[in-house]
Design a protein around this ligand. Structure first.
Ligand SMILES: C[S@@+](CC[C@H](N)C(=O)[O-])C[C@H]1O[C@@H](n2cnc3c(N)ncnc32)[C@H](O)[C@@H]1O
Length: 216
């Protein structure tokens, strides 16, 4: 059973600050925090970066600070999440981020316009048809050599406390969570036209760096 995408979006509109708890509960270690790791692995020459389903900017803001010459385009379907993002942005000196209310399955953005696209902690809560639409759009807007940086939850291998914490997270996620998280994402991404070039283990999560198949 999957929760309709519209219902999930309404929940984000109603409770836009709930995802903040993730930062405190799961990403406290700076060395293994996926947001911080992204700032270290994105190519320094990346000029145009797209954050798909950017939420309240937890990934985008540190990247914008680390890459002041890059332009970050951030899209999300939820006005509530974008409102929180906008308020946070107003408290910074960052001028290289633009926010757009947009559906990730129908990006109103030109073909081949981005060096890097991020999709962070989103796909596990969506239906297969939504994921297909989003990945197809990500592929379309990336340059031939552009890369997709997919951050997703990853169950801890060691430590009963970490495993219990992850189980509690899973209990609070939509029913699509285990099917997506516990699969081998390499063949999955290949079926969606991406080649996984590198996987980086982070706290409770991993980042897959994916190139476009055949550099189309
Ligand atoms: C769990 S939050 C993750 C936010 C952010 N990427 C992060 O890592 O913190 C999921 C976000 O995806 C957005 N979202 C879900 N489906 C979407 C869609 N089809 N189009 C655009 N945004 C979507 C939600 O509004 C929400 O802000």
């Amino acid at each position: 059973m999957s929760i309709p995408a519209n219902t999930i979006r309404k929940l984000y509109d109603l409770f836009p600050r709930v995802p903040d708890s993730i930062e405190l509960l799961f990403f406290r270690n700076p060395a293994r925090n996926p947001r911080k790791i992204l700032t270290r692995i994105l190519p320094s020459e990346a000029k145009d970066i797209l954050d798909i389903c950017a939420g309240s900017g937890a990934s985008a803001m540190p990247i914008a600070a680390a890459f002041p010459k890059a332009k970050l385009t951030c899209i999300d379907a939820s006005e509530g999440m974008l409102g929180v993002f906008q308020k946070r942005l107003a408290r910074t000196e960052l001028h290289n981020i633009t926010l757009h209310k947009m559906s990730a399955e129908h990006l109103q953005l030109p073909d081949g316009a981005f060096d890097a696209a991020l999709i962070s902690l989103v796909l596990h809560e969506l239906s297969e048809s939504d994921i297909t639409g989003i990945l197809s759009e990500a592929k379309r807007v990336l340059r031939p050599t552009g890369k997709l940086y997919l951050t997703e939850w990853d169950p801890p291998e060691h430590g009963w406390y970490r495993k219990v914490k992850f189980r509690i997270l899973q209990m609070n996620e939509p029913p699509t969570f285990p099917g997506f998280i516990f699969q081998d994402l390499k063949p999955y991404m290949e079926r969606h036209g991406f080649r996984v070039e590198r996987e980086i283990k982070c706290d409770y999560s991993r980042i897959l760096i994916c190139g476009k198949e055949h550099g189309e």
